[in-house]
Design a binder for this molecule. Structure first.
Ligand SMILES: Cc1cc2nc3c(=O)[nH]c(=O)nc-3n(C[C@H](O)[C@H](O)[C@H](O)COP(=O)(O)OP(=O)(O)OC[C@H]3O[C@@H](n4cnc5c(N)ncnc54)[C@H](O)[C@@H]3O)c2cc1C
Ligand code: FES
Length: 271
């Protein structure tokens, strides 16, 4: 897949609950974006001493806006890099490479398939749900967050999905609980052929097991650290079993970031 590197420019920034929506002018990237691919940004400005780059899902891609191609990111403030990004004013230059990774595998025929998303995982789920709907699939979404303020995308997802169920840790909106606890029950209700999930590793592991237990196929978006994003640093290794049945490590940034759940050796992730 073609990848471009641009000095993107911050166009706009707004708060969305506990997250930030950052729009960047990034000509070429929006045109090439496919669900499951991501962008790597160099954060901190030209004098930053941070060597690693930062991965983000592309929430929305607009190839032909007034300002040229733009991409919108949903940013959760975590540490120095994201703190800098959400404070970068309009016109700030942000080196950006993308789209990176392999697009998520989508069914050739329409199938009923629910997506599962947790917090910033929503940024990965929204474009995918829209594409699945275009392809005639019935999409059910289970969306989770710690609190209502951390939840994003439920309204937009309602346009793409037949049902959107919400779970929050504190019960401030939707059902109270954890996604991993309610997932099995939702899969029993919807009986999907395919389960798509984004979120932290324990959730992905549960999604893989629950899908497999019901004979469903799973496509799981791994979002662990990706220092380079281009396959060179080996900083994103995921233990997998290859199609030949041999255990090996895959580089999440180029072989993923979306993996078949039954191919990942979950006991060894992060060791
Ligand atoms: C493919 C991919 C897509 C991503 N998409 C998004 C997105 O759409 N929106 C978004 O806000 N973030 C996303 N992330 C995570 C984002 O890259 C990190 O939050 C960011 O790099 C943190 O940089 P920092 O300097 O702010 O914090 P750091 O100083 O690097 O870290 C601060 C804290 O956050 C934790 N942390 C850092 N990176 C991650 C991570 N990848 N997963 C879990 N915890 C982490 C660290 O352990 C530490 O405790 C994505 C990551 C990947 C790999
Ligand atoms: S992030 Fe460097 S090889 Fe994957």
């Amino acid at each position: 897949m073609r990848v471009v590197h641009v000095d993107a420019e911050v166009l706009a920034h707004k708060r969305s609950g506990g997250h930030h929506l950052v729009t960047l002018v990034a000509p070429g990237v929006a045109e090439l974006h496919r669900p499951g691919t991501f962008a790597e940004l160099t954060l901190g400005g030209p004098h930053s001493d941070r060597l690693t780059r930062h991965a983000f899902w592309i929430l929305r891609a607009n190839p032909s806006g007034t300002y040229g191609g733009t991409v919108e990111l949903l940013v959760s403030e975590r540490g120095p890099g994201t703190r800098w990004l959400v404070r970068a004013g309009p016109g700030t230059t942000v080196p950006l490479t993308g789209p990176l990774g392999r697009p998520v595998a989508r069914p050739k025929e329409p199938v009923p398939g629910p997506g599962v998303a947790l917090e910033v995982g929503g940024a990965a789920t929204l474009p995918l749900a829209a594409r699945l709907k275009e392809r005639g699939c019935v999409v059910h979404v289970l969306l989770g967050a710690r609190t209502e303020a951390r939840l994003h995308g439920a309204l937009d997802l309602r346009r793409a999905a037949r049902t959107v169920q919400v779970v929050t840790g504190d019960g401030s909106v939707g059902r109270r609980g954890e996604l991993a606890e309610v997932l099995g029950g939702v899969l029993d209700q919807q009986a999907p052929d395919v389960v798509y999930a984004a979120g932290p590793v324990p959730l992905l592991r549960t999604a893989a097991a629950e899908a497999e237990a019901r004979g469903a196929w799973s496509q799981l978006a791994y979002a662990g650290p990706m220092p380079c994003g281009t396959g060179h640093c080996q900083g994103c290794l995921v233990p997998v079993v290859g199609e030949d049945g041999i255990a090996r490590h895959a580089r999440a940034c180029v072989d993923g970031p979306v993996f078949r759940g039954d191919r990942v050796r979950w006991d060894e992730v992060g060791r």
